[in-house]
Design a binder for this molecule. Sequence first.
Ligand SMILES: [Cu+2]
Length: 459
Amino acid sequence: MERVPVCAIFPVMNRRQFLAASAACALAPAPGRAAALRLRAGPASVRLVPFVDGPTAMLGFNGATPGPEIRVRAGGRVSVGFENATGQPSAIHWHGIHIDNAMDGVPGLTQDAVAPGAGFAYDFAAPHPGTYWYHAHHRSWEQVAKGLYGPLIVEERDPPRVDRDITVVLDDWRLTEDGALHPSFGDRHDFSHAGRLGNYARAFFSAATVRRGDRVRLRLINAATARTFKVRIGGGEGGIVALDGMPLGQPEPVGEPVLAPPRRARRGRLGEPVLAPAQRADIVLDVAGPLVFDLLPRGQPYALGTIAAEGSNPAPAGGPVAALPPTPVPAPDPARARRLVLAMQGGAMGGRHGGDDFWAFNDRSGVGEAPWQRFARGETVRIAMRNDTAFPHGIHIHGHHFHELGPDGAPGPYRDTTLVEARQSRDVLCVFDNPGKWLIHCHTLAHQASGMKTWVEVA
Ligand SMILES: [Cu+2]
C-alpha cells in the first residue's frame, strides 16, 4: 500500500476545480504500481478574497491554489507527471524531502527548466514522515507568489490517533482594490528590502468543521514568499509536536488555555508558533470551541480564518499530548565537525559585499559554476549562519535537515529552514549524507532571486 499517493482537496476550490483535482486523484495506482499523479501548472481562477466580487486570476496546480494535497506513507514513492501550462519555464521542488538529487527540481543545478508546454516525470521515495510541501522553483519569487504550491504530507506508518488531520496553509498576497494580484512583481524595492509582502493574508483549511472535544492534528505550512507568520490559535490547547516535518523530543505548549483556572495559572501563557517562509509546524490540540487563527503583527491581531465547531465528540481523547515517535536520522559527530561561516550580506541598510546583486553569501551572489563547499558523504558540518544585514532571513538547505544549536551548543530542533534575525547568528549542525548538488538559499524568494543563494556538493 505504500506506493499509493492519496489526495485530499481544499474546500476553497469551485466545483469545476474540484472535479479536475478529483480526476487527478483518481489516477492513484493500485498497490504496487507506480502510476503518476498529474500536476498541471497553469492559470487558476481562485475565490481568494471574500469581500470583493469575483475570483482572482492566479497560477495553480490542476486549476487550484493551494494545489492538490499529496499524501503518501513514509517510505512510499511519489510519482508525479508535471505539465507546464504556465507559459514560462518552470520546475517543482519537493521542499524538505531527503530526495534523490535528480528529482530536487532546481533548474540549472539538478535539471533543466521545463519549457512551456513540456513536462517532467518526478518520481522519488519519501523516507521520513512529516509535513512537507511542493512549490515552483523557477522565477519562484513570481510563480510561488502567484500560487504555484501545494501540501505534501508523508504519513507515519503508525500515525498517532487523532480525530481530524487538518492542513492549514498560510499565505499573503499583494492585491489591488479589485482583488487582483498587484502587478508589481520584481519590484526592486521589494528585492532589496523585505521581499514581496502582501496586503491581504489568510489561511486555507482542508476541513471546515471540528467537534468540541476532538483531538486534532494541525499541519501549518507557511507558503508565503516573504512574510513570517506568528500565529495565535484560539479555541483549543495542545502542543507543537513537529517542526519542518521532524518530531520534537517534547511537545511545546501552544494554543489558548482552556483548563480550569488553578491548572491554567500553573501552566501560564501558552506559546504561539512562528513560521518563516517555507517553515512548517505540526500541532496536536484538543478542541474547546471554534479554532480561530490570528496573525500577530505588531499592532492589532489580523484574522486569518476560523474552523467552525459543530457538535461534540462523545469520547474525547483527553490526557497530555504525547511526543511523536522519533524519526531515525543520522547522528552528527560534533567533535569532528568541519566549521564554516555562511555570512548573509547586502540589502538596503546593509554592508558592502563583493557580489553582483543586492544580496550575497560570503561576498558571492548567485550559484556560480563551482560549489561553495564539497563534503564527503556523511560528513558532519557546523555552519555559523551569520546575518550581517538589516533584515531577517530564513535559510533553507535542500535535501537535508540540520540541528539548530542553542547558545550553549546544545542541539535544538531538527529543521530544513532556519530563521536568523537581523544582526544575529545561529549555528547549525548538518550531516551531509545525501549525494548530489544541493542549493542553500534564503526563502524570502526575492532575496534568493537577487543573489542570496549558493550550493554544496556531497560526494
Ligand atoms: Cu533573505
